[in-house]
Design a protein around this ligand. Structure first.
Ligand code: NDP
Length: 247
């Protein structure tokens, strides 16, 4: 277990974000939770406090830079610093390119790519001033392999890896002492499939997830371990797949 840290989580109302908040709370960390649904933010805040952590939340749409900036400011006003920023909010509306689902394309790019950039932009000045910090950016196995139906989602997750690697090198160059970690999960049981808008694609993915998906706390544990290793080292990328998942 590391010292108590101030940890900001986007997409904290469900799945990986929610599970991470609850697990990290047990180590006494201070959680700053961001997502759009206030009732769920309130529930997770309560659960964090019941698990031994402190939490505050800010209603945050990661496609709005002003919301993301406000979340960073909230963390610093309430807890004085930002030690970890978990860029986790994401959607996965997979579809064939021939379907030309432009709204899905735009939302995927806005949430999965721009949301990550806005998070980095908001937290970086604080981390550079502190001369310490860590970004944990959630990519995916789909950020390593593309296939039919995954074009835009995969592109967004490849982008997360590219952005993270550039950030890592910039931070090393500046001797800023800011760590960069990418976590790329395989099939994990969460609500992510609800973001698939095509019913046929969704049915196929549900079959795959029913066969292979592992519980979400496996990813939360990976995130906790990436935070806990000594700060002169960083896991730059972790792929966490179900043991039985081939691709
Ligand atoms: P969930 O659907 O369970 O959770 C998604 C979270 O993102 C919710 O808390 C949701 O909150 C939030 N979110 C969505 N849009 C926005 C937005 N515009 N602004 C702020 N928050 C938003 O999915 P997961 O937990 O599975 O997904 C988390 C991350 O993990 C995503 O980046 C996903 O791509 C990645 N991932 C997941 C895998 C899996 O198999 N589950 C595999 C590989 C990667 P709210 O609706 O309240 O805003």
């Amino acid at each position: 277990m590391s010292k108590s840290k101030v940890i900001v989580i986007t997409g904290a109302t469900s799945g990986i974000g929610e599970a991470s908040a609850k697990l990290l709370a047990k180590d006494g960390h201070k959680l700053v939770l961001g997502a759009r649904r206030e009732n769920k933010l309130q529930e997770v805040t309560k659960a964090v406090e019941e698990n031994g952590g402190q939490a505050i939340y800010g209603i945050t749409d990661v496609t709005k830079d002003e919301d993301v900036e406000a979340l960073a400011k909230l963390a610093v006003e309430k807890f004085g610093r930002i030690d970890v920023w978990l860029n986790n909010a994401g959607i996965m509306p997979q579809s064939l390119l021939s379907q030309k689902k432009i709204l899905d394309w735009d939302n995927t790019i806005d949430i999965n790519i721009k949301g990550v950039l806005y998070g980095i932009g908001a937290a970086l000045p604080y981390m550079e001033a502190q001369k310490s910090g860590q970004f944990i950016n959630i990519s995916s196995v789909a950020g390593h392999v593309a296939g039919p139906g995954s074009a835009v989602y995969s592109a967004s997750k490849y982008a997360v890896r590219a952005i993270s690697e550039s950030l890592r090198q910039e931070m090393a160059q500046d001797k800023s002492n800011v760590r960069v970690t990418v976590v790329s999960p395989g099939a994990i049981s969460t609500n992510l499939l609800n973001s698939v808008t095509d019913n046929k694609v969704k049915a196929g993915m549900e079959q795959f997830y029913d066969a292979f998906a592992i519980p979400v706390d496996r990813v939360a544990l990976t995130i906790k371990q990436a935070i806990d290793i000594p700060e002169d080292a960083a896991w730059n990328e972790v792929i966490i797949r179900p043991t039985a998942q081939q691709m």
